[in-house]
Design a protein around this ligand. Structure first.
Ligand code: M6R
Length: 619
């Protein structure tokens, strides 16, 4: 499905043909609206002039602006974009398209080496109009195009210079009908009709015009016009198959998945990769989150960290506590924002308070960080650029999960864990609390995470059959120890939220102090076990207590072929091992799938469960 779009961040649409481009672009952007975005824009070319219009906020703002403006209505060539900010706050100047000389360009992705490229372009006298990484691509393309007058050659040069993930589409004002495309990691597709060509990030933007689409592959560069589609990879022309898409418009928005939640679960390897991208200084073997503006001087007086959040983000903080304490060597407390804000928390200049939030709009978290900022240093880990919480503190590390539509948080959670891992490591390195060799190993393991997450999702079929077997259970107990305890809590929350089944997360070692009374042959007990010297055997002994009382044990583990565990478990879901510190991330994936498939079995409204809102902006 990912080949045919379901763009994670920005939405792209481009047209070259004989009809008026503007209505096609606006309709395409409307079809991409469901994913949420912060600004939108179009560039049109009537063969002589280029007309660019961009607006912050909703598509209707752009449409209003276009109604007030003259020019471009008859253009038959154009590009349009909805932006989900990654570099530079949401604003009309940071909105796409970006123009540089003869080039107008839209982009989805992240240019990793943007800082060095920007510096070098500035030295060559280039003036920038935005804070985006995208404008760099437009300038590079303009320079190379002016040097060679050969579109493919110019694309080759640009792609040799930029690092990161990208799908971009551009036109050259001097020869606009031939659209230029390049792709690496981010999705882009081409749609063809007689005397017309379309380019988009998602199939949903094209369905109205054509169902025959070509998926552009990683490393491809292309020049497409109504007359010809030329694609090359590695210096050689390639012929990419056209595919007939049968999805209805709603399925297309979900990238072919039944629900946004499932789509978002499967996006995790990619968004985890995006969250790490550009934040590792490979030469120095260090975490580089300088964008957060948490300097060595800032950290000097810090002796204690408090993490505050709500719901799923609070579970991420419980894992974050391990990272801060073990990597940074600082005491770390975790608090519910709704509790913190009404206590008299003891705060001083040696305390760093970090708010963790997907939306950046949760009222309790916003109030808590505002309270903290009166007496100590604050920071945030957040998924939405420009959101209220990112304005309440100066130091923000953005998770790059892209828009999360399903109410039940999945990809926001795992990218929060990745961000907390990087933050712990960054503080540890900056304060000299972690030796080079350990840092080296931790960074190496982090780079493997997207691939191991991908492998871990292969348990889907096994989970599906577990869901069929257990979906009628009235209660579930989730157990874990150490880093797996918060994962057990999160697994239970996911199940409660979307299937309405009562589920309780508990530290496995505490079970004998109460919850053991609940166990009988009707109680499924989901246990999360990581390969670790201390916790594995201890959890195993706790499980024997469950087995003795007839409880059905469903084990989720990164340990393979453990005979003893297999003997006492009704079922063992094994995922590949990554590391003790990162397994909470990969072990969450089977639990997300379990909650999802149980909810599907029970026919609940998975993406919009009853009584819940995506962002809780009330007390
Ligand atoms: O946007 P936030 O991360 O601040 O939201 C916090 C919680 O409301 C949120 O995580 C909630 O628990 C989710 N529905 C969990 O799936």
């Amino acid at each position: 499905a990912r080949l045919f779009g379901d763009s994670l961040m920005c939405g792209i649409i481009a047209y070259s043909g004989y009809r008026k481009a503007l209505p096609i672009l606006i309709e395409g952007l409307r079809r991409l609206e469901y994913r949420g975005y912060d600004s939108a824009g179009v560039a049109l070319c009537d063969g002589e002039k280029v007309f660019v219009t961009r607006a912050e906020g909703k598509l209707s703002n752009l449409v209003e602006l276009l109604e007030e403006k003259d020019g471009g209505e008859d253009a038959t060539i154009g590009i349009g974009h909805t932006r989900w900010a990654t570099h530079g706050r949401p604003s009309s100047t940071n909105a796409h398209p970006h123009t540089a000389g003869r080039v107008s360009l839209i982009h989805n992705g992240i240019v990793e080496n943007y800082a060095e490229l920007k510096e070098s372009l500035k030295k060559q006298g280039v003036k920038f109009n935005s804070d985006t990484d995208t404008e760099i691509i437009a300038h590079l393309l303009n320079i190379h195009l002016s040097n060679s007058e050969d579109k493919i050659e110019a694309l080759r040069q640009v792609c040799a210079e930029i690092e990161g993930s990208y799908a971009f589409v551009a036109f050259d004002a001097q020869d606009p009908s031939r659209l230029m495309i390049a792709k690496n990691s981010s999705p882009v597709i081409i749609g063809k009709k007689e005397r017309e060509v379309f380019v988009a990030s998602d199939v949903s933007a094209l369905l109205e015009h054509t169902r025959d689409v070509i998926a552009v592959h990683d490393g491809d560069i292309a020049v497409v016009s109504p007359e010809r589609i030329y694609i090359e990879n590695n210096g050689k022309e390639v012929i990419r198959q056209s595919h007939h898409i049968t999805w209805d418009p709603v399925t297309a928005q979900k990238g072919g998945y039944k629900h946004f939640m499932l789509k978002e679960i499967f996006e995790q390897p990619e968004v985890i990769g995006d969250t790490i991208r550009g934040r590792l200084d490979r030469k120095a073997n260090a975490i580089d989150i300088s964008e957060m503006r948490l300097t060595k001087e800032d950290l000097e007086p810090i002796k204690r960290v408090i993490l505050i959040a709500c719901g799923t983000a609070w579970h991420a903080c419980l894992v974050g506590k391990f990272y801060i304490e073990s990597f940074a060597g600082l005491p770390c407390e975790v608090d519910y924002a709704s509790e913190f804000r009404y206590r008299d928390p003891i705060l001083d200049s040696s305390t760093l308070v970090v708010a963790v939030t997907q939306s950046g709009e949760t009222l309790d978290t916003l109030s808590a960080i505002t309270l903290a900022s009166k007496s100590c240093m604050t920071a945030a880990i957040c998924n939405v650029i420009g959101s209220s919480i990112t304005r309440a503190t100066d130091r923000v590390l953005f998770t790059r999960a892209g828009p999360e539509i399903s109410v039940a948080s999945t990809k926001a959670f795992t990218t929060q864990l990745v961000s907390l891992y990087m933050l712990g490591l960054y503080i540890g390195q900056t304060k000299g609390r972690i030796d080079k060799e350990t840092a080296n190993t931790l960074i190496k393991e982090l780079t493997k995470l997207p691939a191991v997450a991908e492998e871990s999702l292969k348990c889907e079929e096994k989970i599906k059959s577990l869901a069929q077997r257990f979906h009628l259970a009235k209660d579930f107990l989730y157990l874990g120890r150490g880093l797996c305890y918060p994962i057990a809590l999160e697994g239970a929350l996911k199940l409660k939220e979307i299937s309405y089944i009562h589920a309780e997360g508990y530290p496995a070692g505490e079970m004998k102090h109460g919850p053991i009374a609940l166990i009988d042959e009707n109680m499924p007990v989901v246990v999360v076990l990581q390969k670790s010297d201390i916790y594995f055997d201890k959890t195993l002994s706790n499980l024997k207590e469950v087995e003795a009382r007839g409880g059905k044990i469903l084990s989720v583990t990164d340990t393979t072929g453990h005979g003893e565990l297999a003997k006492i478990s009704h079922c063992v879901v094994e995922i590949p091992y990554i590391s003790q510190w990162l397994s909470p991330i990969t072990l969450s994936l089977p639990l997300q799938l379990l909650a999802y498939y149980i909810a599907v079995e029970n026919g609940t409204d998975v993406d919009q469960p009853r009584n819940l809102a995506k962002s809780v902006t009330v007390e």
